[in-house]
Write a protein that binds this ligand. Structure first.
Ligand code: HEM
Length: 252
């Protein structure tokens, strides 16, 4: 992704993913502008091919005919959208949670190698909200809350699963040590099954790097406003609208 249009595409994704106050028309405009940008990126890569992911996708379309033009542009669009806002907002939600639990932030500062397990708890505790990913039930199934018949379309709530007390004792407790010594993938913040997040490993690395770097470089990080005053978006993606922090030591 060239950085020259970064500000612009953040505005577009904000428009259709996080800002519930945007009008339907504004959302549509954001979406259309972003799709056009994905098409422009594809055109740029066609004109001067390289060896990155977009080039490989263009090649799959042009040389192997494995994608239609619409699928190609849509895949580029999805990768950018799925790859940016999800991780950026997860970092914001994670930092919010750590600032709320100062004693756990202090532990992380004392031992930044805890970042990996802290990230698992952040993902479990504050993962994507009620998923936007629908599923069609392929066979009749009995659940404790009732039965679903084959063909029904459902929207599984990943957060509810991640707060299931049978899987996570005392699920409302935020504990960066919860997953210490656990096998990988203990929760379903990245979904489950064939459509599980394509980039779960990449996202884990990004989150661990970001949280670890903050703990190392800004050990005195603290909120610049009372945390209860932080406003949250209520669009498809849930995150603080802004999370003002200071990084200097408090005045004595
Ligand atoms: C913290 C960061 C992220 C979270 C919490 C997250 C979460 C998810 C979830 C819940 C799904 C749906 C899984 C399902 O339907 O079962 C998904 C799908 C997907 N994610 Fe992520 N994701 C993250 C980061 C990323 C990144 C960085 C990328 C790309 C660079 C990405 C690309 C995708 C794609 C392409 C899909 C669709 C997979 C498919 O339908 O087969 N995600 N993600």
């Amino acid at each position: 992704m060239p950085v020259d249009r970064y500000e612009q595409f953040v505005r577009w994704t904000d428009m259709f993913l996080t800002t519930s106050t945007a009008t339907e028309q504004a959302r549509h405009q954001g979406y259309t502008a972003f799709t056009a940008y994905a098409a422009e990126l594809v055109a740029r890569h066609r004109a001067s091919p390289g060896g990155d992911l977009i080039d490989l996708l263009v090649q799959a379309r042009d040389e192997d005919d494995r994608l239609s033009e619409g699928e190609l542009v849509n895949t580029v669009f999805s990768l950018i959208t799925a790859g940016h806002e999800t991780t950026a907002s997860m970092i914001a939600r994670g930092v919010f949670r750590l600032l709320l639990h100062r004693e756990q932030w202090a532990e992380l500062v004392a031992d930044p190698s805890l970042a990996g397990t802290a990230v698992e708890e952040i993902l479990r505790f504050d993962g994507p909200p009620a998923s936007a990913f629908m599923r069609r039930v392929t066979e009749d199934v009995d659940l404790s809350g009732g039965s679903l018949s084959a063909g029904t379309v459902v929207m599984p709530n990943l957060n509810a699963a991640n707060h299931d007390p049978r899987a996570f004792p005392d699920p409302g407790r935020f504990d960066i040590h919860r997953f210490a010594g656990h096998p990988p993938h203990p929760h379903v913040a990245f979904g489950y099954g064939p459509h599980r997040c394509l980039a779960a490993s990449l996202a884990r690395v990004e989150l661990t790097e970001a949280i670890g770097a903050l703990a190392t470089r800004h050990p005195a990080l603290r909120p610049a406003v009372p945390l209860e005053e932080v406003a949250w978006t209520d669009g498809l993606v849930h995150r603080p609208v802004a999370l003002p922090v200071t990084t200097g030591r408090p005045a004595r």
